[in-house]
Design a protein around this ligand. Structure first.
Ligand code: C2E
Ligand code: MG
Ligand code: MG
Ligand code: MG
Length: 278
């Protein structure tokens, strides 16, 4: 009897597995279509100076939408793109769009530094640097125009090779930001080895700073330490004035979150900029 029950359980298990695999294949196929049929776009979320509230940059965030509605959100389709290898193509497309947008804004006398998320697999591609370099040349990207956001996972893999690549990117005039800081396994002592300009405090910390004393203490310490290492600190996921006040007083350089602005199409960011200047 046990055996039969066991087999049935196994059958249910494999059915669930292949259902999941089929879902992933569906997303993958739809993503290929979306890439060809312009369902993908970049939205830009303002990053502001913690003291003056002025725009210091914008994070490019990928959107997959039809008629203004999300088909899938990045946390759903980025992993699929990584598993299927599509991320190389997708990542290059994102970088190209961001560089083109940067050029467009500069042509209109707006210098808005753009931050682009780079996935681990994309970063490990051999042609990543040559591609970046070529795009920058083609779009006239200079120092202060572009920043790459990488996670601890990306930076810790690959040892010396990764460190050299990071240094090379920085020498090319691209700023580097350590995204989602605090969610990985990066010990604080690692920080001094990573050639990054900016530390981006994960929104899970920001979410709890005003309600949880331990989170508040940790966040304060991390900001102080990063600042003493000469790094810029930005907090993501700022949703309230109370959070903003806390982070500003703790020494955060810049802030980003729904409190200041949601991710929006490029044209909307220009209107946001005009409205905030007025
Ligand atoms: P991330 O790089 O940490 O981006 C921040 C995420 O937090 C974005 O989600 C953003 O919309 C959201 N967010 C911003 N402000 C707030 C806030 O005040 N409250 C809350 N609750 N959320 C806020 P999104 O756009 O869904 O992207 C999720 C993740 O997907 C990103 O996390 C990033 O890891 C990845 N991603 C997005 N675009 C790209 C891309 O072009 N390339 C790669 N490789 N990954 C991307
Ligand atoms: Mg990011
Ligand atoms: Mg982040
Ligand atoms: Mg995140």
């Amino acid at each position: 009897e046990m055996k039969v029950a066991g087999r049935g359980g196994w059958r249910r298990y494999t059915a669930a597995m292949s259902e999941r695999a089929a879902t992933l294949r569906n997303i993958e196929q739809s993503l290929r279509d979306a890439m060809m049929h312009e369902a993908l776009s970049l939205h830009y979320q303002p990053m502001v100076d913690a003291r003056s509230g002025r725009l210091v940059g914008a994070e490019a965030l990928l959107r997959w939408q039809v008629n203004g509605h999300d088909v899938y959100v990045p946390d759903q389709f980025i992993p699929v793109a990584e598993d299927s290898g599509l991320i190389a193509e997708l990542g290059e497309w994102v970088l190209r769009q961001a560089c083109l947008q940067s050029r467009l804004w500069r042509q209109r006398h707006r210098v808005i530094p753009i931050s682009v998320n780079v996935s681990p697999l994309q970063f490990r591609q051999e042609h990543f640097y040559p591609q970046l370099d070529a795009l920058m040349t083609a779009c006239g990207i200079g120092p202060g125009h572009l920043e790459l956001e990488l996670t601890e996972r990306t930076m810790m893999a690959g040892g010396e090779t990764t460190t050299r690549l990071l240094q090379r990117i920085r020498q090319r005039g691209v700023r580097l930001s350590l995204d989602d800081f605090g969610t990985g396994y990066c010990s604080l002592s690692y920080l001094k080895h990573f050639p990054v300009d900016t530390l981006k405090i994960d929104r899970s910390f920001v979410h709890d700073i005003v309600t949880d004393a331990d989170t508040a203490a940790i966040t304060r310490a991390v900001i102080a330490m990063a600042r003493s290492l000469g790094k810029t600190v930005i907090a993501e996921g700022v949703e309230t004035a109370t959070q903003a006040d806390f982070l500003r007083e703790a020494g955060c350089t810049s802030l980003q979150g729904f409190y200041y602005g949601t991710p929006m199409p490029a044209a909307e960011l220009e209107r946001w900029l005009a409205a905030s200047a007025a």
